[in-house]
Structures are given as structure tokens and as C-alpha cells.
Design a protein around this ligand. Structure first.
Ligand code: SF4
Ligand code: SF4
Length: 98
């Protein structure tokens, strides 16, 4: 999706197209990311339901990964996980560990 100049944007910056978030990589400005302790995950899908960016990837009714192109690092999933198996790691720490 091409970025718009301000003269091309609708008043108030409102979003006119449904599902437009798929074309916006909100992960580019993330400062922290969810790290899932996969062996403890029971695939209840609560994190998937709460994620505002639909960043959890699901296959055959199981959580399989996080789409980091779209995760914006809000941390809602880590708060809502009933098993406390999602931790938020700063991008700085992730880069240092790589
Ligand atoms: S909320 Fe926690 S236990 Fe449930 S699917 Fe997500 S990571 Fe797994
Ligand atoms: S940190 Fe926020 S955007 Fe990223 S997966 Fe969790 S709920 Fe979704």
C-alpha cells in the first residue's frame, strides 16, 4: 500500500476501507513482541480473539505462529492469556540475543 500525503487523506484520518489493516505492516513500528511458550499453550484462542491486528496464525484450530509483520506489540495477548504463556520481549533484547 502506497503511503498517502496528507492532502489525500480523508478528514480526521478516518479509515474508509474494511479490512485495510492487511495492507499495513504495523509491525514496522513495534517496540516489543509476544514470545509464546508453546509447550504451555492449550490453544484456547483467547489471544487470537483479543488481538486487534489478527496477528495470530491458526491452522487446524491450533495456534501456530505470530505474524510479526502485523503484530504492533500492544501486549493485549500477554495480558489476556489464561495460561500466562505469552511474554513480551523488547525488540532491543531480541536483536541483542540474535
Ligand atoms: S491465550 Fe495463551 S493458551 Fe490460549 S491460545 Fe493463546 S497463547 Fe495459547
Ligand atoms: S502484541 Fe498485540 S498485536 Fe501483537 S499479537 Fe499480541 S495482541 Fe496482537
Amino acid at each position: 500500500m502506497e503511503p498517502k500525503v496528507w492532502q489525500e487523506m480523508p478528514p480526521g484520518g478516518i479509515i474508509l476501507e474494511a479490512g485495510s489493516s492487511r495492507g499495513v505492516e504495523t509491525g514496522s513500528w513495534r517496540v516489543s513482541r509476544p514470545v509464546v511458550d508453546w509447550p504451555r499453550c492449550v490453544h484456547c484462542m483467547i489471544c487470537w480473539a483479543f488481538c486487534p491486528d489478527s496477528a495470530f496464525l491458526v491452522q487446524e484450530m491450533k495456534l501456530v505462529d505470530v505474524d510479526l509483520d502485523h503484530c504492533k506489540g500492544c501486549g493485549i495477548c500477554a495480558v489476556e492469556c489464561p495460561r500466562q504463556c505469552i511474554a513480551m520481549a523488547t525488540e532491543t533484547d531480541v536483536a541483542a540475543a540474535a
